[in-house]
Ligand binder design. Structure first.
Ligand code: BGC
Length: 752
């Protein structure tokens, strides 16, 4: 019997029966999720983590023996997972299986482009397909649950975790969130070859003050409801079985203990019936926050708020729930409700019927060549062509004798994959250099020069302990000689491809940055290469916007390839040589300089809007590249749009239609975007907001008609004056085009 075919009442009855036979300690155990580390041989744990790697597995093993563990995370080896599962099932008198979770963020063995890149595809079908591959691989090794998607809106690129989300916009964010949940989970919780999704971090984590990861968030309700919550709601509507809390204080209350978030919003308003897990150590850390005096109180308050499971490295607060029950700190109804939710998830996922995995089959699934194809296509569809002066791209390999490939990131397998991957295979990873070598053909000489040294973080990353994550220069690397060599290589070539960006350990969790400059001497190198007069293509590897002002002015072509994953280099080569056309669009406004952040396109008009382009006296207050920007190898022209009818009642729907023609000579994709502006009403509304998009493929010389429906859902917003969602009668302006500076194409009235 699979989880998905089990009826709601069967599931509840089975869970209730188990619950009735459990002691308080067993119940608390079901609500505890331990990390279980197995570091690669020879790797040491950063002493700053204060973690005894010998002692920690012993603590977990003892808890398993007492039947007091509900879930484990961080294992990917199917044999080890089976072994631990057996230990758990045999160790508890109810035979309750463990639920194995893992951060399957952008692939397990086959690494997809990083999440911000997937969002840049503006293509829910590609995203869904990619995460379905990730789910299939994870499920094959025994992982049943991913701590993904991260759906936190990010508007401050100093915050490194921007790379894990879908950028600045709630409408795009909601579409990307739902697509990821569908990809991970399939049709229903427990679907074959799928895993449970856990959107995170509820809520507001992306607004860390100063972009400093883990720091407090102070966020007005209007921003929460209109910007931060919609992607979560979309993920819940798509069926997500789990939600993860956030580390930081939200408006003075630790998010992990926010009754308002988990009970009022998530369960009561949205009807979420899955379970909530804390972020790592976040329940224990209610004491660190100065919110709870001790561990029993921390556990009791998190539970009362609606956090069902504690993710912890060692010494869980929830282990004190039995004593908190006795002293009256915690309520038994809360405890039972949480345990029921966890048991129901385990039943729905089919764990009771099928707790083990087939280790041989896992190896086959992980090696599936089709997964690599999905990753390659996703990388192609994610790239964003930021600039292409005089059609320098695509390169015509037949007309070239030589290509110079320059920059350390061009040849770094580990960096090609991006952060938040642990089970990758470097041997099969295709770098940009490998990809260009493979695609250029025999007649083209491809020369590589590193040019500049690898840059290290001032403060190391905790992720560097996971084997091979810290970049290094080759032995005997001489920076000055390497720089000169790179310039010589560029001078001698017909075209130079310079790869610039951040090393992958500079972006992600605990990777906030006070600057958006290209680290190290990369800009200097780029300037020197462009100065040779050799036509230069800039490839950017990044998970956040970097300061590209110089490149945008002086380099003829810029292609943002993000961290493109296992088959990234091949995808990049296909784009460079025109086997396929770029068609991605920016999921954030690209600031000129760090001093402009946070920068958003959906700001209100506020006071003196005519001066909004020059709010700073020293730099334009416009983006370097607008939200939604991205070129292709086609040329898109928009016909006159129709907006009909001209007037509708509050619950009415307007249809906007436009014909898009590719007047270029290559088949290409365009992401047609619709933006809406409410002219007046019971609140000031943004100058424009994305309310529809469609990625279409149009052959050279062909046209396609694109239609959007603009109904009440597109016009409703949360209003701080009435503290509720409202629909205003007003006039609305409609903008349609290929980015967020698209022209106005019409307007309509909404009458009361
Ligand atoms: C992160 C989560 C992640 C968890 C488990 C935490 O540090 O904030 O996003 O899922 O670790 O790895």
């Amino acid at each position: 019997m699979s989880g998905s075919s089990t009826s709601h009442t069967d599931v509840t009855a089975r869970a209730e029966e188990l619950l009735a036979a459990m002691t308080p300690a067993e119940k608390a155990g079901q609500l505890t999720q331990y990390f279980f580390f197995s570091l690669p041989e020879g790797e040491a744990v950063d002493p700053a983590l204060g973690l005894d790697i010998q002692e920690q597995p012993r603590e977990v093993d003892a808890a398993l023996g007492r039947g007091e563990v509900g879930s484990l995370l961080f294992m990917t080896d199917p044999a080890r997972i089976n072994q631990l599962q057996r230990r758990a099932i045999e160790g508890n008198r109810h035979g309750i299986p463990l639920l194995f979770g893992f951060d399957v963020i952008h692939g397990l063995r086959t690494i997809l482009p990083v999440p911000i890149a997937l969002a840049a595809s503006w293509d829910p079908a590609t995203i869904e397909r990619g995460q379905a591959v990730a789910a299939r691989e994870a499920r094959s090794v025994g992982i049943r649950w991913t701590f993904a998607p991260m759906v936190d809106i990010a508007r401050d690129p100093r915050w490194g975790r921007m790379i894990e989300g879908a950028g600045e916009d709630p409408y795009l964010g909601a579409a990307v969130a739902a697509a990821q949940v569908r990809g991970f989970q399939g049709d229903a919780l427990g679907a074959a070859e799928h895993i449970m999704a856990g959107p995170k971090h509820f809520a507001g984590y992306g607004y860390a003050i100063g972009g400093r990861d883990y720091d407090e968030v102070n966020l007005a309700d209007a921003e929460l409801f209109n910007v931060v919550l919609p992607p979560f709601e979309a993920a819940i509507r798509a069926g997500a079985g789990n939600v993860m809390t956030a580390y930081m204080d939200l408006n003075g209350i630790p998010a992990t203990a926010s009754h308002w978030l988990f009970t009022d919003v998530l369960r009561t308003t949205w009807g979420f019936d899955g379970f909530v897990v804390s972020d790592a150590n976040a329940v224990r850390n209610l004491t660190t926050h100065g919110f709870a005096p001790d561990l029993p109180a921390a556990g009791a308050r998190a539970l009362a708020a609606g956090t069902d499971m504690e993710m912890v490295i060692t010494d869980p607060a929830f282990a004190h729930l039995p004593e908190a029950l006795e002293s009256g700190l915690a309520g038994s109804a809360d405890l039972d409700a949480a345990v029921l939710r966890v048991l129901e998830a385990k039943i729905r996922l089919g764990l009771f019927d099928d707790p083990y995995v087939d280790e041989d089959r896992a190896h086959e699934v992980l090696a599936d060549p089709q997964h690599r194809e999905v990753a390659r296509v996703a990388a192609e569809r994610s790239a964003v062509l930021l600039k292409n002066e005089d059609d320098l791209l695509p390169l015509d390999a037949a007309a070239l004798d030589s290509i110079a490939v320059i920059g350390p990131l061009a040849a770094s397998k580990r960096d090609t994959l991006g952060p938040w991957v642990f089970d990758f295979d470097l041997d099969e990873t295709v770098t940009v250099l490998d990809g260009i070598r493979g695609a250029a053909g025999d007649g083209v000489r491809v020369e590589y020069a590193q040019g500049v040294p690898v840059v290290q973080r001032t403060f190391p990353s905790m992720f560097d302990m996971f084997g091979g994550n810290r970049p290094e220069d080759p032995e005997g690397f001489d920076p000055d000689a390497a720089f000169a060599e790179a310039v010589r290589t560029a001078t001698d070539a017909d075209v130079a491809v310079v790869v610039v960006g951040e090393w992958q350990n500079m972006i992600g969790e605990a990777a906030s940055r006070s600057s958006l400059d290209l680290p190290g001497r990369q800009l200097e190198l780029l300037e020197a290469v462009v100065a040779t007069g050799t036509p230069t293509v800039v490839l950017v590897m990044n998970g956040r916007p970097l300061d590209l002002r110089w490149a945008a002015e002086h380099a003829p072509a810029i292609l943002d390839v993000w961290y493109p994953g296992t088959r990234g280099g091949e995808a990049v080569a296909n784009l460079l040589f025109g086997t396929t056309s770029p068609g991605g669009k920016l999921p954030f406004s690209w600031p000129r300089t760090v001093g402009q952040v946070p920068m958003i396109y959906a700001h209100t008009r506020s006071h003196e809007p005519e001066n909004q382009q020059r709010r700073y006296w020293d730099e334009a207050s416009t983006p370097l590249f607008p939200f939604g920007h991205g070129l292709s190898y086609g040329r898109f022209e928009y016909g006159a749009a129709t907006v009909e009818p001209a007037s509708v009642p509050l619950d009415g729907t307007v249809t906007v239609a436009v014909e898009v023609t590719n007047t270029g000579d290559r088949t290409a994709d365009e992401v047609v975007q619709l933006y809406l502006h409410q002219r007046h009403g019971t609140a000031s509304r943004p100058v424009r907001e994305l309310k529809g998009f469609q990625r279409v493929t149009v052959e050279a010389g062909a046209s396609t008609r694109v239609e959007f429906e603009v109904g009440p859902d597109e016009r409703r917003y949360w209003n701080a004056a009435v503290r509720d969602h409202v629909l205003d009668a007003s006039a609305f302006d409609v903008f349609v085009g290929g980015d967020s500076i698209a022209p106005q194409v019409g307007s309509f009235e909404v009458t009361a």
